[in-house]
Design a binder for this molecule. Structure first.
Ligand code: SF4
Length: 700
């Protein structure tokens, strides 16, 4: 066991314990199971059955249904009976919050129950309470007393259980001791898991969901490490990002969080939470799962990190991994980053890349034969010939790569040009807005280079080890060098991670642009590949830039799957917006408003999809503002994480508005609630008028 996965530098699926959910086996290297959750009223048996069937037909292997009270828990029997009558045997999961009674009923009916340790016994009133160790132990005894009856029922009926922690709904008790941290999330689940193990009940799956992908990834990693440290075995993992939103952004955020963990071989079942009809979640799940089917390591890169042998002790104030010893090229090195705690890799600044600067975006125009000023609209620069001005959007690329072409028009001041080194050499008069790209070995024989900035592309899979070392030696003393790292290997993320670890191991501060090329034939799969591979590296703190590439001719469909699809009419626009969305999802560069909207369920009190679209339409110019749109007052406030403003259903036709965790306006009529939300945003100084926010205008 290496830190939290089998290997940091090659793909290897983590073996977990086997769990039985009805006839479905999960964990223990069984295929990653795909699941979703209904959004209908659980008391509406036929609507719930029919929606479940749509999900099952789409490929769901588990269907979760909310059971907020005893009534709904009891009605699960009617739903299950009707589904079985119609020939559907898919296991059902009851989703429980706050109501042990409902859980105990549901556990006798359905194949699995999900409990949230943050609210199964504990309450959340956002109170800070100091506990002595004795008081804390007493609270654990209270949990044991309330939780054990459910375990006994699950054992008797062969029912499985998910202990599902949510970052946003940690109990006051956990918050008081651990704070709002990944370790708090882990401990919240571990308290329940220890009780279950004491009862010899092991049919358990765990999850650590958050809407912040950084928190979510760190929590899952810590959980695996903690389980191995404490039990020497690991229970299956249910992966998910909560309140991911809808459309392209929802898919990217989910793929960044879930994909990052799957790249490391974690995950036994996944759910992609979108604010869309649940059947539209399934194709996204399937595309994610497909990436790792039959995957073996294909790289020549040896797993040099496998020499890490000892485990890290699981302690609250851990300082894991940095002291781990590993061997690279025969040398003893220290694992130079902490996978449990985000810290951007320390690099020096080269022009506008590296250091503490936000990661840059490179727009790839390699395949475009002729490039005109109008083409830059797709990457955030709209040229107005009448006024001779550029309007620059919030998601405007920083560099444009033109391969062997040079542009015959002046670029806006915030956009610079990268071209191939040979072309650059022929046109040295291009001053300091055009910079050369050297292909790996080319850089070793360079006679002339830019005095300001030189890009060096390396395929870390194919490059000879000695040549790579020579390049690293050269860049060590070249303050103009920027490395563009990619891998032609299928497991490219781990290859690039390995290269960055080597750079760090040798204390090189050269900035790195993460390059990902996709040969997937559908837009959906490309979106997932880009998000998983680039996202994983960005969440490790690696990457001073992102450069996405594809061949549009190979793509056979032109839309994102699901109801709120975004047609892809311009490939440059697609790559540019995907790059910015990945940076936003990893919180490394904020360029737009962030929406934390719940996927809705049987508790939802208004049309979430319609309301989210309405709110998005009037607030999508508020760069950096986080707005939560939550379906119910029971879970919504707890789960809206670190949103700046909250719009929460509090009754039929009633909305409660929040500033952070504080209620500001209660039970506002829904017909005026969006306007009231805008007023609230204004009141707290976070509003800007759309025209002022839209564009920065630059005279050409
Ligand atoms: S916040 Fe949304 S998904 Fe969560 S319980 Fe409430 S309505 Fe359901």
């Amino acid at each position: 066991m290496q830190v939290y996965c089998n290997s940091l530098t090659e793909y290897s699926r983590l073996k977990t314990l086997e769990v039985k959910i009805g006839d479905l086996l999960l964990g223990n290297l069984h295929p990653v199971r795909v699941q979703t959750m209904t959004t209908t009223d659980t008391m509406d048996t036929i609507a719930t059955v029919e929606q479940s069937i749509r999900c099952i037909e789409a490929g769901a292997e588990l269907v979760r249904i909310t059971a907020p009270s005893k009534r709904e828990a009891e009605n699960l029997l009617n739903i299950k009976t009707e589904l079985r009558k119609r020939g559907y045997k898919t296991p059902l999961v009851a989703d429980i919050h706050f109501t042990p009674n409902a859980a105990e009923i549901a556990a006798r009916i359905v194949e699995k129950v999900r409990v949230n340790p943050g609210n199964y016994v504990d309450k959340k009133k956002f109170e800070q309470i100091e506990y002595t160790d004795a008081e804390y132990a007493e609270e654990i005894d209270r949990i044991r007393e309330r939780f054990t009856p459910l375990i006994k029922i699950c054992k008797e009926y062969g029912t499985a259980m998910r202990i599902g922690t949510n970052h946003g709904s940690l109990s006051d008790r956990i918050m008081s001791r651990y704070g709002d941290t990944p370790m708090g999330m882990v401990e919240s689940a571990m308290e329940f898991l220890r009780i279950a193990r004491n009862e010899s009940y092991h049919n358990i799956v765990l999850s650590m969901k958050a809407s912040n992908t950084l928190v979510m990834v760190e929590a899952y990693r810590l959980l695996v490490n903690t389980m191995f440290t404490e039990f020497d075995e690991c229970y299956p993992l249910h992966l998910g990002v909560t309140e991911a939103g809808d459309g392209e952004d929802g898919r990217i955020k989910s793929a960044v969080g879930i994909g990052t963990l799957m790249e490391d071989g974690l995950g036994d079942t996944i759910r992609v939470s979108l604010t869309e009809d649940p059947e539209f979640e399934i194709p996204v799940c399937k595309d994610l799962v497909k990436r790792y089917e039959n995957r073996t390591h294909q790289s020549h890169v040896k797993d040099l990190l496998n020499n890490i042998s000892h485990k890290i002790k699981s302690t609250v104030n851990r300082q894991p991994s940095n002291e781990e010893q590993l061997a690279v090229n025969g040398e003893r090195l220290t694992l130079p980053y902490n996978p449990f705690e985000y810290k951007r890799r320390h690099t020096h600044e080269v022009n506008n890349i590296g250091g503490m600067l936000v990661p840059i975006v490179v727009a790839d125009f390699m395949q475009k034969e002729k490039i005109a000023a109008d083409d830059l609209t797709a990457i955030g620069y709209a040229y107005d010939a009448a006024t001779d001005k550029w309007n620059i959007g919030d998601s405007a690329a920083d560099y444009i790569y033109t391969a062997d072409k040079l542009l015959n028009f002046h670029l806006p001041g915030t956009l610079k040009n990268i071209c191939n080194a040979k072309t650059w050499l022929q046109h040295q008069d291009v001053s300091d807005t055009v910079f050369p790209l050297f292909e790996g070995v080319e850089y070793l024989d360079v006679t002339e280079k830019s005095p300001r900035q030189n890009f060096i592309a390396i395929d870390v899979n194919k490059i000879d080890k000695n040549i790579k070392q020579k390049i690293f030696d050269l860049v060590a003393t070249d303050v103009t060098a920027v490395l563009c790292l990619y891998s032609s290997n299928k497991n490219s993320m781990t290859d690039v991670r390995h290269a960055v670890i080597e750079l760090m191991g040798h204390n090189l501060k050269t900035p790195v642009i993460i390059c990902v090329e996709s040969n997937c034939t559908s837009v959906d799969e490309q979106l997932i590949q880009f998000s998983a591979e680039a996202g994983a590296l960005l969440l490790d703190g690696f990457g001073d830039g992102i450069w996405l590439m594809n061949d549009p001719k190979k793509m056979h469909n032109t839309k994102i799957s699901g109801r709120n699809y975004i047609p892809v009419t311009n490939n440059h626009q697609f790559l540019n917006s995907t790059s910015f969305s990945i940076l936003q999802a990893t919180r490394t560069r904020i360029s737009k408003t962030e929406y934390i909207s719940c996927p809705s369920c049987g508790r939802t009190l208004f049309d979430l999809q319609e309301t989210t679209a309405k709110i998005r339409a009037v607030t999508n110019h508020l760069k950096g503002v986080k707005i939560a749109i939550m379906g119910c007052i029971v879970n919504g406030p707890g789960e809206m994480a670190d949103a700046d403003f909250g719009y929460v259903g509090s009754g039929v036709g009633k909305i409660t508005l929040y500033k952070g965790k504080d209620v500001i306006k209660r039970n506002v009529d829904s017909s005026i609630a969006v306007d009231e939300l805008i007023n609230l945003i204004k009141e707290y100084g976070a509003w800007v008028e759309p025209t002022a926010a839209a564009d920065l205008i630059e005279v050409k």
